[in-house]
Design a protein. Structure first.
Length: 346
């Protein structure tokens, strides 16, 4: 083989190698650019028609794929039920008010307020196209309505609850909380009941004389007309429409001390006094006080029913209510106008 032929064969071999490599690279590149990636799609929410007390709403709700319950337009539903809505832009929340019923709904937060108590529904409110939507269970569990879902339709029925009950007890605290005021009766701490009142609550004396919230004070025996529904908290809370004061007169600037009778004293003239150690119920009330028991001192149980002086014994749990005038002694001494007696401490 001469040099010319060797050179020609070498050139042909190199050309073949280059052609083969280029073909492999082209095949590999083609495989990369033509590979098919899987595409996932999400089903569009199903439109849900809504009826409230038999009337159809123009606004629709929706049901997401795999969701357990439909989402309903909050404003359209609650306004149809007579609620007043207040939008809070800073917190993206809505306050709803109707009579003594108050609740708050916050965007994206599964935490619904029911008369200042919180519950969860498993689904947070959603803001869609500047409209807030809530799960259908909001109507049943928060607004205490009935919800019926049939196919792509939701029917809501909320009847006015005209049934109310009355509870009688002695006021032990009055606490303003935002637009509401909590009035506790029948005990302190976790005992008794909390009456939630607002601007629509009525106040009166037993003879029908009109009063205002500012006329109430600790120690007054009252009868409250309130909803049958109450929270499961301790003490339970309930919305209250009317409070009637049963005492014939009110005691201005009344103080209160709750505790245990440490000592019962009777002087040679038969005058009785008790030493109470415990907790002051008002800002200026002492935790320990000696109270004189006079003929005009009312001795009652937590419901306001009359009891005898013999119930005032050492170890008894009591709440003493007395006027603002106290001696500067330790403990201070005052005149009791009402003593509430509960069980004797074991």
């Amino acid at each position: 083989m001469n040099r010319t032929m060797k050179k020609s064969l070498a050139i042909l071999s190199l050309s073949a190698m280059m052609t083969t490599g280029a073909a492999y690279a082209a095949t590999n590149e083609t495989a990369q650019t033509t590979s098919i990636m899987p595409v996932t799609t999400q089903a569009a929410p199903q439109a849900i028609s809504v009826q409230v007390n038999g009337g159809a709403l123009s606004e629709k709700g929706y049901l997401k794929a795999a969701a357990t319950e439909p989402m309903l337009p909050l404003r359209a539903v609650t306004e149809s039920l007579g609620f007043k809505l207040t939008w809070n832009q800073e917190t993206l929340s809505v306050d709803l008010l109707k009579g003594n019923v108050f609740t708050t709904v916050k965007t994206g937060e599964d935490r619904y307020a029911i008369n200042k108590m919180f519950t969860t529904l498993g689904t947070a409110p959603e803001l869609v196209d500047n409209k807030l939507y809530v799960p259908a269970s909001f109507v049943s569990k928060v607004l205490h309505g009935s919800v019926t879902t049939e196919g792509a339709s939701v029917s809501i029925a909320v009847k006015e609850d005209v049934k109310k009950v009355q509870t009688t007890g002695v006021i032990t605290s009055i606490r303003p909380i935002g637009d509401y005021t909590a009035i506790q009766i029948q005990g302190i701490g976790t005992e008794g009941m909390v009456l939630n009142v607002n601007k629509d609550t009525e106040y009166q004396m037993l003879d029908g004389t009109k009063l205002s919230l500012s006329d109430l004070h600790v120690g007054l025996t009252v009868t409250a007309e309130h909803s049958m529904a109450a929270t499961l908290s301790l003490p339970p809370q309930t919305s209250t429409s009317k409070i009637t004061v049963l005492d014939t007169k009110r005691e201005t600037n009344s103080l209160g001390t709750a505790g245990v009778v440490e000592e019962v004293r009777t002087d040679d003239k038969g005058n009785m006094s008790v030493l109470i150690k415990g907790t002051g119920l008002t800002e200026t009330a002492p935790s320990e006080v000696v109270l004189h028991i006079g003929d005009e001192t009312a001795i009652v149980d937590k419901n306001g029913d009359k009891m005898e002086k013999t119930a005032l014994v050492k170890g008894a749990n009591v709440i003493g209510f007395y006027g603002p005038a106290l001696t500067k002694s330790l403990p201070p001494i005052g005149q009791a106008w009402k003593i509430v007696v509960s069980a004797k401490q074991e």
